[in-house]
Each structure stands twice: as C-alpha cells, then as structure tokens.
Design a protein around this ligand. Structure first.
Ligand code: ADP
Ligand code: MG
Length: 735
C-alpha cells in the first residue's frame, strides 16, 4: 500500500462513507496499522465495531480486499450494507458456490477492473483452485479474517476449513497484509490464531471485555425452572429478551409455555423452515415479539441494541459461548440482566454427548466444560472470573461494574473442608480409583449397591465414614475438588474419578481447602419424588405450607395411608406459592393432575381459600404458570401402551427414552393421580414375596424415598426394582 493517510483524511472518509462523526474505541489505530501494510490482530467484544476496521481501509485502498467470514447470511448483510454506501453495485461481492456462471463472470470483471473493494468469501470457496488462480492475477489490498477464533479448536466455534487459509495466503503473491478479528479469545485461542494464520508479528489491538452494564446471575436449575423463567419474564414484561436452550425440543416447549402464560414469545432454531425463521427473527427485531426462545443458531450478527435480558435455560459449552451470548444484552449500554440456570446434571449430559468423539476433541470439550462448572459454582466476582478467563486483570473493588453480579450482591458463605477433602481423597485412593462420583458418595454414606458389593467395599473400615454429611455436601465437594484440580474425571472409563498430582500432594500434606457452602445445586431431574426443602420452599408461604402439611396428615390418618400418597411435599410447596382455590388451579400445581385434584383437593382448596381471605392475600394470578400439555401426548401414549400390556422396555424405546427417564414419566403419571397397572410387567421382575415385602415397607414408611427403601432391604432390591414397585404401590393405594 503506497499512500499514507493523515488522521483528518481518515475522519473525512469515515464521515463520507459511513456518516459517523468519530471512531469507536481502537478503530483508528487499527485502520492506520492496516493501511501501513502491517499485519493486525483485533480483539474487540461483539458490537465493538470490528467490521469497520477492514471496511474503511478496503474502501480507500487500491485493489480488492478479501474478507473471509464463516456465515453466508452475515456476508450478504455486509455486502448489501456496503452497496448502500456506494454508487456502484460492484463495490462489494460475495464469491460462493451458489453463483451462476454469468454472476461469476461479473464478479471477476469487477474485481479485475478494480471496481470491487471488498470480496467476501467463505473459507471453502477460497480454497478452490480456480479461485486461487484467479485471485493470484489481480491486485489485492489485504485479507481480513472475521470471526478468527473459528481457526482454533479451543474456540467456541471451530471450523476446520479455517485451518487451510494460511496455505492459500502464502500462494497469493507473497506478502499480503492480514487482519484477523474476533470477539472472543482466551489467551490460548489468541495464540492459536496468530500461529495458524502465520502472523506472529502482527500488532495486537485488544479492547477491554468488560461490559459494566451487564448483571450476571446464576441460579440452581430445579424442577421449577419453567415457573422461574416465566416469573422472571413476567416481571420484565414488555422488555426484549433472548432465552437460550441447547435443544430444539426444549425451545419449542418453553416458547409454548411462555405463550400460554400470555407472553409474546417465539421460537427460533435451525429446524424451522427458513421462511418461519426469517419471520420470527423479524418479529423479534420489529418488536412484534418480546422474547425469542432460541438455540445458539440465533444471534450471530443480531444487532438489537435494547435486549434487556438473556436467559440461559442450560449452561453453554464454554465460557466463551456464555460471554458471546450474554453479550447480546444491553448493547446500548442500558440494563442487561444475564440469568443462567445451572445444574450439574446438564453438564454430565453434555459430557455424555461428547463421548463418541475423538479423544483429543473430548479432552478439549471437557476442559472447557470444567471452566463452566467453575464459573457457575464460584463465589468470587463473576465479572472478575470472566475477564480473567480472557486474560484481563480486573479489580472488583475499583473496576467498573464491580458489584454487578449475584456473588458480589449476595456473598456465599465458605467453610474449611480440609478434613472432608482428605477423607474423600483417601477413599478414592484406597478403593484404587475405580469409582465414579455417585459411587464414591455411596461409599462415604455407607450405601450399598451391586458394584460396591462386588468389590467388597462395604466391608472396608471407611465404609460409611462420611455419613455425618448429606449427599449434596459430598457431591459439591467432589465438583469443587475437580475444579480446583485435586481430582480428574477419566475420559476413557467415562467419569471414573482419578487422583491428580495435586490430589496426591494434598494426601501427603493436607492444607486448607475452603469450600463454598452451597448445597443447593442439585440436579433438576433428580428423583421427582424427593421432597425439596430447598428452592421453591424459600419462596413459598411457610405458614401456609405448615398448615397444608397438617391437613395432609389429617387426611392420611383418616384414610390410613402414608401422607406422601396424598400429595408430595413439592406439591404442597407449590400450593403455598400459587394459592390455588379451584380444582382447575389445583391441577396446575406441580405433581397434581386432575384426578388427584378432584380426589383429595377439596379440603386443601378450602383451607387455602380461608387462609387467603383471613390474611387478605393478593393471589398472584398472573404468576400461575399454566402447563402446555406438551408432555401430555407422551403421557397418554404411556398410559395407553401400559393398558395394552406392552413390554415396558418397548414403550420406552418407542419414545426414545432410557429406562430412567421412562420410569420418571410413569412416576409423574401415578403421582399426579392416574392409575397405571404394570402388574403384568412386575410379575416377571419381582416374585410375590418380594412384592409383599415392599408393600409392607411402603405402607408403614415415613416417606417414599428410594434410597431409604433400598437401605432398609440392605441391597436386596436395586433402584429400578424399588421404583417400579413404588409405581404399583402409589397406583394401587392412592389412586
Ligand atoms: P462487531 O463486528 O465488532 O460485533 P460491528 O462491526 O457489527 O461490530 O458494529 C457494531 C455496531 O457499531 C454497528 O451497528 C455499527 O454500525 C456501529 N459502529 C461501528 N463503528 C462505529 C463508529 N465509529 N461510530 C458509530 N457507530 C459505529
Ligand atoms: Mg462482526
């Protein structure tokens, strides 16, 4: 590039082409650097104005700039935009495989004649021999690689085709200046980009990643996540928001749930036909819809400045994705609430999905997930954590936005757990590192199962030595030890806990280990029947909850039944939250179906009605979360199939459920008051005596917990057997 430009000339060009009165952030020095012919590497958060860093120099330079970008839609948008700035259509073109022969001819003519200033290409088109040959013969100004993190396996959006770029550039006439741009890059990814593009000498321009107006919050994901999200959105009625889910199915479900609750929500995912997708995206942009429920397919290049909240129904696969997705909130500098729902079970699911992939890829994926767990469970400033992850120091006492997260506003307690960690590591060591987390916890609590029996671990002196702490405590400790690096989850033996170097050192000379006191991160799908004293309980009306429990006891005594067959604790909690006063409202309560509402509901409704009147309570009508019935088709299928006495494993298979999920569906059915006669199946699983024993147990039991039942029988029955029998029991006795 021959010509040099003064600052005034650049400002004039900025005004002239783009109509902007000043440069944003680092744009000016970046553009100077590009024009001087040096390589540049630009890291700026989304919305920072990266495009202009290559658009402006391309427009004023001699020759054509090649712009590599991963998404055709994004390229098209930019080309349209550039054409709107210029008098000639030919100023910008896309070169890809969808062009006709005559279109290709036009592109080539425009490039050869120097009319085209920016030529957008997808990496796979750039590597085509005919294109390389053509580009070799024309005048090029420089090459821009947008979304440059796609080149790194450690990035959140790896694209193998990006790996071939360097070879192509080398063939394009020697020393062509390169500018790489990305919105997210951990130090590791940065290194990859520089190396793989061959631009180690590039001048790096890095803007701060701090987004001081964003508020970060992570909540435990429980069964009530639908209600939690609905409530949040209702409280932010009329504001624009994005809700990210990992699966298309979940997107559809959640969008429906929000819709039936009167929220203007629309779904968006790659499975929708293109027309609907464009329509839904436009509805969101035009504010005909407030909320878009979407997979990550949504948002690349979305530039809606006033998105007020981004909710993650599931944690993303990496911190970078999280940053990128939350970054779509508050682009205008206004309010931006980033709320994510975290459950460790979701992480395990993601790990499972990876298990089919090549080992190297798995290793990367697991490491990235481990950081997500660390982030979710951390007790330090979330902003500090994120910025540190991107290689940026942050002092939350003085830094902008230092108090803008849940941990800073509501600090978590910590406790010394040196003794407990030592006990945990000793057991892992003494059992020869062959158990997964759940099994180790079993050993600590003194619970047997077939595997533990087969290894005779139950006759070891340490068996049950951790029974003074609950299961949640030990699970949390294991996760925190994984994050801190004392333990490693083995990939090959999927999930078996191994001791790390650090763990071995700790065993030899134990030091302080501060554990975040937080047992609430239980998984969302855990046994539906476990009464949760946690979560929902906190919000529930405790006085009413106690009254409802007393009422349940009265009824149970009258009918000579255990209380749990009437209503489960979570159902009572939900009643104490929603104050249902009709049978219909009651059947919307968690775990209560129509049958049960009719059968046992009357006295509860009466009680609630009296309570509401007496205490002059405003019922949160708008909070009543209606269910969509999305699941009812599945439930109906199960009920009909069981009626036809089909083998249970066939029914599960027909619906693509594993046995665990299938049993959970059946439990939900019988617990909400519908009969399910699985005698035909049980006969083959449990003999008559066993069934009698189980009956005697449950009819006397204080509660219906599977673990306690298994313990009472000292391992005679496995979990599946107990759960299946319990289905029969509830079905026979309660319904
Ligand atoms: P990025 O690629 O970094 O996410 P974009 O290039 O899409 O960001 O730019 C984000 C927004 O900022 C766009 O709407 C763009 O028009 C605007 N913008 C870029 N540079 C300037 C500037 N100098 N002055 C005002 N607005 C700008
Ligand atoms: Mg961009």
């Amino acid at each position: 590039m021959k010509k040099t430009y003064s600052k005034d000339e650049l400002s004039a060009a900025l005004k002239n082409y783009f109509g902007f009165s000043g440069f944003k952030g680092l744009q000016e020095p970046v553009i100077m650097n590009v024009l001087s012919g040096r390589d540049s590497f630009v890291i700026m958060p989304t919305g920072g104005g990266k495009s202009l860093c290559y658009q402006l120099p391309a427009l004023i330079s001699e020759g054509t700039a090649i712009v590599v970008s991963p998404l055709i839609a994004l390229m098209k948008n930019q080309v349209d935009f550039l054409r709107s700035l210029s008098e000639t259509e030919g100023v910008a073109h896309v070169l890809n495989s969808s062009l006709t022969k005559s279109e290709i001819k036009q592109v080539r003519t425009d490039v050869r004649e120097g009319v085209t200033k920016l030529l957008y290409v997808a990496p796979e088109s750039l590597t085509k021999e005919e294109n390389v040959e053509f580009l070799n013969r024309v005048t090029l100004s420089f090459v821009a690689i947008d979304e440059a993190h796609c080149i790194s396996e450690w990035g959140h959006d790896f694209r193998p085709e990006y790996r071939n770029l360097r070879k192509i550039f080398e063939r394009l006439g020697g020393k062509i200046p390169i500018i790489g741009l990305t919105a997210t890059a951990t130090p590791k990814v940065q290194e990859d980009i520089l190396k793989n593009l061959g631009i180690q000498q590039a001048t790096t321009f890095k803007a701060s990643f701090n987004r001081p107006n964003l508020y970060y919050e992570i909540r435990p994901k429980t069964k009530s996540v639908d209600a939690d999200i609905t409530r949040f959105v209702k409280n932010n009625e009329g504001k624009s928001g994005i809700i990210y889910c990992l699966s298309r199915k979940r997107v559809e479900e959640l969008a429906q749930t929000l819709q039936v609750n009167g929220i203007r929500a629309i779904p968006y995912h790659a499975g929708l036909d293109p027309k609907t997708r464009v329509k839904n995206q436009d509805m969101f942009l035009m504010e005909d819809a407030d909320v878009v429920v979407a997979t990550i397919a949504f948002g690349m290049g979305i530039d809606k400045p006033d998105v007020r909240f981004v909710i993650h129904n599931d944690m993303p696969k990496s911190i970078e994705s999280y940053y990128q997705e939350t970054g779509r909130a508050g682009r205008d500098g206004g309010e931006g609430h980033c709320l994510a729902f975290y459950s460790y079970k979701d992480i395990e699911k993601l790990e499972k999905f990876m298990s089919g992939k090549p080992v190297a890829e798995q290793e990367i994926g697991l490491a990235l997930l481990q950081d997500v767990v660390a982030f979710a469970e951390t007790s330090v400033s979330r902003r500090k954590f994120i910025l540190h992850y991107f290689g940026e120091a942050f002092d939350n006492a003085t830094g902008e936005g230092g108090d803008m997260d849940d941990n800073m506003r509501h600090p978590k307690k910590k406790q010394e757990a040196q003794k407990q960690l030592l006990a945990l590591l000793q057991i892992i060591d003494q059992t020869n590192q062959k158990y997964k987390a759940k099994e180790i916890v079993h050993v600590l609590l003194g619970k047997v199962n077939a595997l533990i029996k087969s290894h005779k671990t139950d006759s070891q002196p340490f068996f049950g030595s951790g029974a003074d702490h609950p299961e949640e405590f030990w699970m949390a400790l294991i996760r925190q030890a994984l994050v801190a690096g004392h333990l490693i989850k083995d990939i090959e033996t999927y999930g078996v806990l191994k001791m790390s170097q650090l763990g071995a050192e700790f065993l030899k000379s134990p030091s302080s280990f501060m554990m975040t006191e937080d047992h609430s991160y239980k998984d969302a799908n855990d046994d539906v029947l476990v009464p949760s004293a946690s979560q929902g309980g906190a919000a529930a009306d405790q006085t009413l909850f106690k009254l409802l429990k007393a009422q349940r006891k009265t009824i149970a005594d009258q009918l000579n039944l255990p209380p749990f067959v009437i209503f489960q604790d979570p159902s009572l909690e939900d009643m104490a939250l929603k104050y249902p006063i009709t049978t219909e409202e009651l059947s919307n309560v968690h775990g209560v179906g129509e049958g049960k509402a009719k059968k046992y509901g009357a006295s509860f409704i009466k009680l609630i009605e009296d309570y509401v009147t007496e205490h002059q309570i405003m019922r949160p009508d708008d909070f009543v979360v209606k269910s969509t019935g999305t699941n009812s088709a599945l439930k109906l299928f199960i009920i009909q199939s069981v009626d036809r006495k089909l083998p249970l494993d066939d029914i599960a298979q027909a619906k693509g459920l594993d046995m665990d999920d299938f049993i959970r569906e059946m439990e939900a059915i019988v617990y909400s008051g519908t009969k399910l006669n699985i005698d035909y199946w049980l006969e083959d699983v449990l003999d008559e005596d066993s069934q009698d024993d189980l009956y005697d147990y449950f009819i006397e039991a204080e509660n219906d917990l599977v673990d306690e039942a298994m313990e009472a029988f000292d391992g005679d029955f496995d979990e599946e057997e107990v759960r299946l029998y319990r289905i029969k029991f509830i079905s026979d006795v309660a319904n």
